[in-house]
Design a protein around this ligand. Structure first.
Ligand code: S3P
Length: 191
């Protein structure tokens, strides 16, 4: 389990760039939150946490099994508790699961202590393509039609993120990281 770094007065590499100690990547399944998050954390010299992995470790089972054996409500309350814990850490990039940012309570936890939410806005046609080839471990995916309707329901939630990074879906994780850093820089300059 990622325990985070102790608060310290010394600067982290990321402080020079954005001065934002806690980033939460949000967006639909397949948006690339985990791969971009790991790359971004590397560049910033931050820790990286995948929220689903933390939940999986907690139950000692893959997410699909947590859903099938214990049910979605148990998963969602673990998700909330893990978010709560991560919201207290400094210098981390967190890749959230696709449903995490759709709960107002979770959004409040994320934003409460100067956490910055970043929406990776990948168009549906690209998400559809990615999910068609990679949905085995995703209990919220039944088929393209159901996923499209879930995507439509969730978009208004994702749009509540502090920062939106508009993507074509053809970018590499490292290109997306660059775009996220640009957007963060712009947002910080505007404050
Ligand atoms: C979920 C998305 C998954 C995972 C869980 C629920 C969702 O994460 O948290 O299966 O509700 O959309 P990814 O977005 O990483 O697939």
């Amino acid at each position: 389990m990622y325990e985070g770094s102790a608060r310290t007065s010394s600067q982290r590499p990321g402080d020079n760039i954005v001065g934002m100690p806690r980033l939460f990547l949000v967006g639909f399944m397949g948006a690339g939150k985990s791969s971009v998050g790991a790359d971004l954390a590397d560049r910033l010299g931050y820790g990286f946490v995948d929220l689903d992995e933390e939940i999986s470790k907690r139950f000692g089972a893959p997410i699909r099994e947590v859903f099938s054996d214990r049910g979605e409500p148990v998963f969602r309350s673990a998700e909330r508790e893990e978010l709560q814990r991560l919201a207290g850490l400094d210098g981390v990039v967190v890749a959230t699961g696709g449903g995490a940012f759709c709960s107002p309570g979770n959004r409040e936890i994320i934003h409460r202590e100067s956490g910055v939410s970043v929406f990776l806005d990948v168009p549906w046609h690209e998400l559809r393509r990615r999910l068609a080839g990679d949905h085995a471990g995703r209990p919220m995916y039944d088929d393209a039609q159901q996923a499209k309707s879930l995507f439509g329901e969730r978009l208004p939630h994702y749009r509540r993120a502090m920062i939106r990074v508009a993507l074509e879906g053809t970018e590499t994780p490292s290109e997306v990281s660059e775009l996220v850093l640009d957007a963060l820089q712009e947002a910080a300059c505007g404050i």
